[in-house]
Design a protein around this ligand. Structure first.
Ligand code: ADP
Length: 197
């Protein structure tokens, strides 16, 4: 079974995905892959440089993600161009990792994709778990984790699809308001129900 794990920023996805790993379930992390595919030497890196020019490269040859981010943030056409280069590469690489875990004999594989719905990647997974917290707690945990001001945290939360709207699209919801152990118990009961343990 391929499980999609998603939620909102600071809702507890990493916390839950670590729990999955502790249960021996392999996790394919979309954020890590998004960084991998734009490393120097990758075909995607070259495509981005060809499209956006050398000014988006740092002195040591790495992609200047901040500069690129600022560039596409202001320009919808450029954002779409970047996405059209990066998104297919991420999808292909995730698919390759899934296949490789399958070949190793794993029956359950997790895809940790923060923007599972926004990026329309739901067809890559069979079941979806949304890690949910309410808005106030999300704000509080984000501020604390990343040392953000109210404003910095709000901008990031409000840029995403509201977490409560994601619930309607989930097969199962983990309510991450309580203790870490309570969250783990919810996860284990879902995995048992799906015969993944
Ligand atoms: P995400 O991966 O969704 O961005 P994290 O797993 O990093 O979220 O969680 C956000 C922050 O909240 C982290 O600092 C994490 O340690 C903390 N956290 C997550 N779940 C709980 C919980 N049940 N109780 C207390 N703190 C939590």
């Amino acid at each position: 079974m391929i499980i999609g794990l998603t939620g909102g920023i600071a809702s507890g996805k990493s916390t839950v995905s670590n729990m999955m790993k502790n249960e021996g379930i392999p996790v394919v992390d979309a954020d890590i892959i998004a960084r991998e595919v734009v490393e120097q030497g990758e075909a995607t890196y070259q495509k981005i440089v060809d499209a956006f020019g050398k000014e988006i490269i740092t002195n040591d040859g790495c992609l200047d993600r901040k500069k690129l981010g600022a560039l596409v943030f202001q320009d919808e056409k450029k954002r779409m161009l970047l996405n059209s280069i990066v998104h297919p590469a991420i999808r292909i690489r995730m698919h390759e990792k899934v296949e490789s875990f399958k070949n190793e004999g794993f029956a359950t594989i997790v895809l940790d994709i923060p923007l599972l719905f926004e990026s329309k990647l739901t067809n890559m997974v069979e079941k979806i778990i949304v890690v949910f917290v309410d808005y106030e707690l999300q704000l509080e945990r984000l501020k604390q984790r990343d040392q953000f001001t109210d404003q910095e945290a709000l901008v990031r939360i409000n840029a995403q699809m509201p977490l409560k709207d994601k619930i309607a699209l989930a097969d199962e919801v983990i309510h991450n308001h309580g203790s870490i152990d309570e969250t783990k118990q919810q996860l284990l009961s879902i995995l048992k129900k799906w015969n993944c343990l």
